[in-house]
Design a binder for this molecule. Structure first.
Ligand SMILES: C[S@@+](CC[C@H](N)C(=O)[O-])C[C@H]1O[C@@H](n2cnc3c(N)ncnc32)[C@H](O)[C@@H]1O
Length: 271
């Protein structure tokens, strides 16, 4: 029988850096939970969770090469809900920000709430937050937009070439089976062909990987867009496409607002 009074769920964000990015609040939730179900990128992170939690279980075992990822996700969510329905205070731990490019945390919170349980998400430090520090990019300078790489391709999203473009899960770009953890060279060539509509082939892109262990070297490899299909891509690689064009002032609107164009140029330099 379900115990709606007692069951609860928090999807906690662990941040990127092992044990170092988790918030004080989030760590306390992990320590006090009846059960901790995690989806972390590395066994070392699981060991750390086991050291601060009474009962830690990894959800990684629900993945499998050849198994459809949707099925893995459904099983993970079901496991979380089953524990909540037993009246436990359940904590899900997800690396980075639990709500950034991650379906299981959002869906598990939504379903638990839908069944009348207390459920929410604790925010955290995502790969994007680390990228701003490591690459020295301020999203306020030129703007920034983010897409999952395959979605960008499949749905024909169009980039704004005056701002930064982040492409997540580039190692899976164009992968259609959802049963494997890598894409093909051909898919990457099609991905590049698509981007060449807006960017020159020598446009410099950055392959970014934030540190997971304190001594890890941050990856910030710069290469020509055309060379992407030959590059080493990991599941945790994010592709950064810097602006290809300078921003231009909307003169009509600036005039309408009574703003001075020179002042606007100055402002653009400052951000
Ligand atoms: C399923 S999403 C999870 C993102 C995570 N929730 C976050 O807050 O960053 C996986 C994608 O996040 C990005 N990512 C994950 N770890 C990363 C790292 N260490 N450095 C850079 N990007 C990373 C990559 O684009 C990767 O394909």
């Amino acid at each position: 029988m379900t115990n709606k009074q007692n069951g609860s769920y928090v999807a906690v964000s662990a941040g990127m850096l092992l044990a170092g990015h988790i918030s004080v609040r989030a760590k306390k939730i992990v320590e006090e939970a009846d059960i901790v179900l995690s989806l972390m990128p590395h066994p070392i992170a699981e060991n750390w969770l086991a050291s601060i939690s009474n009962k830690h279980i990894s959800l990684q075992s629900y993945y499998g090469e050849g198994k459809h990822r949707k099925q893995s996700y459904d099983e993970m969510i079901q496991r979380i809900l089953d524990e909540v329905k037993q009246g436990k205070n359940v904590c899900g731990v997800f690396y980075g920000h639990a709500g950034v490019f991650a379906w299981v945390p959002h869906e598990s919170v939504r379903l638990a709430r839908g069944e009348g349980y207390s459920a929410y998400m604790e925010p955290g430090i995502s790969a994007e937050a680390c990228l701003y520090s490591d690459l020295g990019i301020d999203p306020g300078s030129f703007g920034i937009h983010s897409y999952e790489a395959s979605q960008f391709l499949f749905y024909g999203h169009q980039p704004n070439v005056t701002s930064y473009l982040l492409l997540w899960q580039v190692a899976l770009a164009g992968e259609t089976t959802a049963r494997t953890f890598k894409t093909s060279r051909r898919n990457l060539e099609i991905f590049v062909e698509y981007l060449l509509q807006w960017y020159p082939k020598e446009h410099k892109i950055i392959l970014y990987e934030a540190a997971f262990l304190p001594l890890d070297k941050v990856r910030k490899d710069e290469l020509n867009l055309e060379d992407l299909p030959m590059a080493k891509l990991n599941l945790h690689t994010t592709m950064v496409v810097p602006p290809a064009k300078k921003m231009s002032i909307n003169k009509e609107l600036v005039e309408k607002l009574g703003l001075d164009e020179l002042l606007m140029n100055d402002k653009q330099q400052q951000v």
